[in-house]
Write a protein that binds this ligand. Structure first.
Ligand code: BGC
Length: 743
């Protein structure tokens, strides 16, 4: 809530009347943009719209000839300096944007964004982004292709790992925190992929998406809007077609919503060859038509398509694209470059090198990673490791897998920097005089179990088995859709065999998404979800296993029992046939339970938290007021711990069916043993409604149910009454959306 308030304030600054100096500064920027534009030839203008990658087919001369406005995949100072020197040879000396996918760190790897989301802690999201940005900008990168604001309800989609999971409110808060963190560290953000990319049919990356417009506004767009209000410099159009219209040629998304309704004045880049792919989408016959459709829809920059540079001058001369459209795109790019101060930055020293992770960076990475770990189950309080444990067998191919610790999209990560699980556990165990053995049991993909007998032997010799299994990083990320979410290879067989030794066993699970655990959830008492925890992951996991840190992560996605349950999410619409156990003609599967294995917001602690005395301050509410819900949370156990207090609402009777629960606020608190805190969560009335297809927002008069607790299974604590219906038009919604997104 504290950070939410800050974010709300930031949003308010964007939309409310700006202070005089700021208006004057903006006017000065616009004057500078127009002066520059006035000096540019058509070819030079189109050059600004061209984004090319390092490596073939980059022609370095394009830079000195003014044919590139931005470059990507530059990741060292020597190359940046070379490009900057070429800019100085160009006629107008317009500086370049140097773009790179800096998602979760540059050299020091932080947890992958989905894991980071499990911390439910915007301060840590800010910190992780800031560190990635600091390290990247040190060598001259000034623009990141992050954050990914694609909400996803389908963990078959490999890129779910790059986002924040399934909830629009959590997503909005964390997306804003990431944009702000990148900026603080020196990188301009690109919020991607606009939009709907996280809901491809069948969970297949690059497949098509159908999402009704009202649902876009309610669910998929809020994190993007939060990014605009946090000041994201740019956006990236998605690869997918949305309701039959490819995002790269989608004027509704790029112009009507992003610019007209939300007032975004930065620029939009295509994704990699996204403009050219309009031909494959079947909406353009050739490159010229693809370029024309993309720029007319609102894509300002062509990433690696080379179609703008090739065709736009002729398209303009032939009158098929008004020059004013090109001018506007150039303006957006120049404005961004001026705002970022690129014209005033001195050239980088080519001898600058990236540093190995500093002690400070490692400490930050460890701090973040610790909070991302989710204790999914812990039967008989098997964890933390007991003080009388004398020996541990660490089993599994991922236990000592430095490359996999980094996860996908690791920018300049070096696997040699990683502290693996085995290293982290060994080091901590040593200080407690505990012996540690290690056996992989199978290869990384767990195709062969030749090494299983040795692992069983090691397990039998030990007091405790720590099994480290899950999804190797090759199975996660872009182009890594999975049709089978079961533990890959022979992992189930191996884990069954380990459990059959009768030794106590805890599973540390790695991966970029929930995996189907099947019988393993029954056979293994304790399961800790570690995602891809980054450079310091092994230490962070050891901190939690040994109880030096109490786990506090909560699931940002619903965890299914079976792949066939997907897509699956907590904020679903009610069914006319709610589940009645044993009644076939109600919402159910005939071959699987209807419930998830672990719900959204779920995560255990080594202590227990009790909620009591919830109170709604003002049960009758009108426009401009806040739904204030207070609750006492007590730490009933004997260890200090952190809890994410979550507030959900439901509109039980509305003009259209509304979700059974929606997260509206959360606060992460620390409690000493026996301590009680009173937490007040404040939700603006203007965020208790829903959108219509045109983007307008309505909060209907009537009852709102309120639920508070430590997961999406939270108990109902009362109802509030909205006295009058509130209608907010789409452009005014920009103001109310800011307060509704960030409370
Ligand atoms: C991805 C983008 C990424 C770009 C540049 C594309 O394949 O979809 O998310 O930013 O490549 O690396």
């Amino acid at each position: 809530m504290r950070l939410s308030c800050v974010l709300g304030l930031l949003s308010a600054l964007v939309v409310s009347s700006l202070p005089f100096q700021e208006v004057a500064a903006q006017e000065a920027i616009e004057r500078r943009v127009n002066e520059l534009l006035g000096q540019m030839t058509l070819e030079e203008k189109v050059g600004q719209l061209n984004l090319v990658s390092h490596g073939p087919p980059l022609r370095w001369e394009d830079i000195s000839e003014g044919k590139a406005g931005a470059v990507l995949n530059f990741n060292n100072a020597a190359d940046v300096a070379r490009a900057q020197a070429l800019v100085q040879q160009s006629r107008l000396k317009i500086p370049l944007l140097f773009g790179l996918d800096v998602l979760h760190g540059f050299r020091t790897q932080f947890p992958l964004p989905l894991g980071e989301a499990a911390a439910f802690n915007p301060r840590l999201s800010f910190l992780a982004s800031e560190w990635g940005a600091k390290e990247a900008s040190h060598v001259g990168v000034n623009w990141t292709f992050a954050p990914m604001a694609d909400l996803s309800r389908d963990s078959r989609w490999g890129r779910i790992v790059e986002g924040f999971g399934e909830d629009p409110y959590l997503g909005s808060v964390l997306t804003a925190a990431r944009v702000n963190g990148f900026r603080k560290g020196g990188l301009a953000a690109t919020t991607k992929h606009f939009a709907g990319y996280g809901a491809p049919q069948g969970g297949r990356d690059y497949d098509t998406t159908y999402i009704p417009r009202a649902e876009m506004h309610d669910t998929y767009l809020p994190p993007f809007r939060a990014a605009v209000e946090a000041g994201s410099a740019s956006f990236m159009a998605a690869f997918n077609a949305l309701n039959g219209e490819p995002s790269t040629a989608n004027a509704w998304l790029l112009t009507d919503v992003l610019r007209k309704q939300w007032g975004f004045d930065g620029f939009v880049t295509s994704d990699w060859v996204g403009v050219g792919e309009l031909i494959l989408h079947g909406v353009a016959a050739d490159g010229a038509e693809a370029a024309r459709k993309a720029i007319l829809a609102g894509v300002d920059m062509d990433m690696m398509g080379h179609l703008y540079i090739k065709h736009l001058p002729d398209e303009v001369r032939a009158g098929r694209v008004p020059e004013s459209v090109v001018d506007e795109s150039v303006r957006r790019i120049l404005r961004t470059k001026i705002r970022l101060g690129l014209f005033d930055h001195p050239a980088i020293d080519p001898k600058r090198t990236e540093a190995a992770p500093s002690a400070e960076a490692r400490q930050a990475a460890r701090e973040v990673a610790r909070e991302t770990l989710v204790l999914l189950q812990n039967k008989n309080d098997l964890l933390p490791i007991k003080s009388d444990t004398r020996s541990i067998a660490v089993i599994g191919p991922l236990a000592d897998a430095p490359h996999d610790m980094m996860g996908p999209h690791a920018a300049r990560g070096h696997k040699e920097d990683s502290i693996t699980m085995l290293q982290g556990i060994r080091q901590r165990a040593q200080s407690a005089g505990i012996a540690v053995s290690h056996a992989p049991a199978c290869d990384l993909m767990c195709r062969s179990t030749e090494q299983l007998p040795a692992a069983i032997e090691a397990a039998k010799q030990a007091d405790l088995i720590i099994a480290v299994f899950g999804e190797p990083q090759e199975l996660s990320g872009e182009a890594a859709s999975r049709a089978h979410l079961e533990l890959n290879g022979k992992q189930t067989e191996v884990l069954e065999a380990l459990a059959a030794t009768g030794k106590p066993i805890a599973l540390v699970l790695m991966g970029g998404r929930p995996q189907v655990l099947g019988a393993i959830a029954e056979r293994v008492p304790s399961i800790l979800m570690a995602w891809y925890p980054g450079t310091e992951g092994g230490n962070a996991v050891a901190d939690v296993l040994f109880g030096d840190v109490n786990p506090s992560g909560k699931l940002p996605v619903t965890w299914p029992r079976a792949t066939g349950q997907l897509p699956m999410y907590y904020n679903r619409l009610p069914s006319s046939r709610p589940t009645i156990p044993g009644n076939r003609f109600t919402l159910s599967y005939i071959d699987e339970a209807i419930s998830p294995l672990y719900p959204f917001g779920w995560g255990l602690s080594y202590t227990q938290f009790a909620y009591s005395d919830a109170a709604i301050a003002q049960p009758r509410l009108d426009a401009g007021q806040m739904l204030d819900v207070s609750v006492s949370v007590t730490n009933k156990g004997s260890r200090a711990g952190q809890e994410v207090v979550q507030l959900y609402t439901r509109d039980p009777v509305a003009s259209r069916s509304r979700p059974v629960r929606e997260l509206k606020a959360f606060e992460k608190i620390s409690l000493d043993p026996g301590q009680t805190k009173r937490v007040t969560l404040r939700v603006p009335v203007e965020s208790l409604g829903f959108h219509l297809d045109d983007g307008s927002y309505v909060v209907e008069a009537g009852a709102i149910q309120v639920f508070v607790g430590g997961s999406s299974l939270a108990d109902e604590v009362g109802q509030a009454e909205i006295i009058n219906t509130i209608n907010i038009p789409p452009d005014e919604r920009r103001v109310s959306a800011a307060t509704s997104i960030v409370q």
